[in-house]
Ligand binder design. Sequence first.
Ligand code: NOJ
Ligand code: NOJ
Length: 432
Amino acid sequence: MRQFVLLGLGLGLSLVSAQSLPRRTPKPLAVNQWIDQQTQASTQKLIQNISPEDGAPGSVIASPERVSPNYYYHWNRDSALTYLTVLHLYRNSHGDQKKLFKQKMIEFADFSAKLQNTSALGEPKFYLDGRVFDGAWCRPQNDGPALRAVTLLAIARELKANGESALADQHLLPVIRRDIDFVKNIWRQSNCDLWEEVYGDHFYTRMVQRRALIEAAKDAAWLGEDAGALKAEADLIGADLQKFWDGGRNYFVSTLNRTGGIDYKNSNLDASVILAALHGHTDDGFIKYTDPRMLATAEKLIQTFHALYPINQAKDTVGTAIGRYPEDRYAGANFDGGNPWVLLTAALSQYYYRVANEFTAQGNERDASIAFFKAEDLLRRVQYHAPADGALAEQMDRQSGYMTSARDLTWSHAEVLEMFLARSADHPGTRE
Ligand code: NOJ
Ligand code: NOJ
């Protein structure tokens, strides 16, 4: 991978002179310099958003923004993904900071136990003291417990490997058991999607549910579960996931059997499929990053969003800014949004780094380098719109490129840090 990094850098220097896009800094930093700077900023902002002063230990605010949109809540999905990144930061840290990360991970497990005891497991959103959000909302969202189980299983493995089994047994085991039990029993049920808009069966939700069961099967003895039964259930989800391939449209669709919610998502093309490839990745060869169907979906997303967003047409030298789905209207005062998202552009970049790693492992250097350059271009798109202080919001305005909607979205910072990890040669194919 090293030769790609060097090549990518050389290319970066010539590409950053793009003139016609809105600029944050008079002279953009070289890619590696920006990565160092943004890594520090994103790490710091992510830490600020976990266990805020006015919240319970272990809670995570989706964003410090309290008005328009009010994201000052704990979401199961955002927090589980954030804590997987905290685990990765923990691995790369030392001394006091490492201790702090460990403490936070235990607090997250304890807070999760509290949430499990106060509400149905599919509840998506909570006040920071752990009470369930009682307003009207799209619920249940069944990806949350699956994502949390994946994160807590990974943390438990790390603790056990470091001789801290007692901590894992006491704080994590009971929480994971309940989440896995839930996933095992309810994965067939129709529920609300990760964008909190559509009821039905969702590719993203089923992918992460399948992964939770596969991961649990590896630790079945510890969990007091039957590995064979978990794998058999995961295989059923796997068979079901094949139905989301639409050969006519040549991409994985995001929702089947829609039963309610918004009704204008006609393309059924959604960047959550790429998130599913990442967050639902398992090392057993199931829907690999290089699966031609996944590659086709990624290409379709790029073509579609390239044509849709003005900032993507301004100049071709950085990658395509990616949104949720083409018909999206969120956010904006009059629901006139439908912008590209930071976390999705970072996720697609991350996806292509992982594609490159997988092709390399297969001895296919040619396709690996093509994928690597796509990843680099997408990373440079994020860099292009990132302000000098590293504050990454939820969205980038489709016209101006400026950060918009929820500021310092925790999930944006987490997904950008994951993009950087995927880029570094030390982190091969598997996302965990
Ligand atoms: C808030 C949700 O978080 C967002 O994803 C959605 O688009 C809007 N509500 C509209 O349903
Ligand atoms: C809206 C997104 O659609 C949803 O996925 C997320 O959980 C919330 N915002 C909070 O960040």
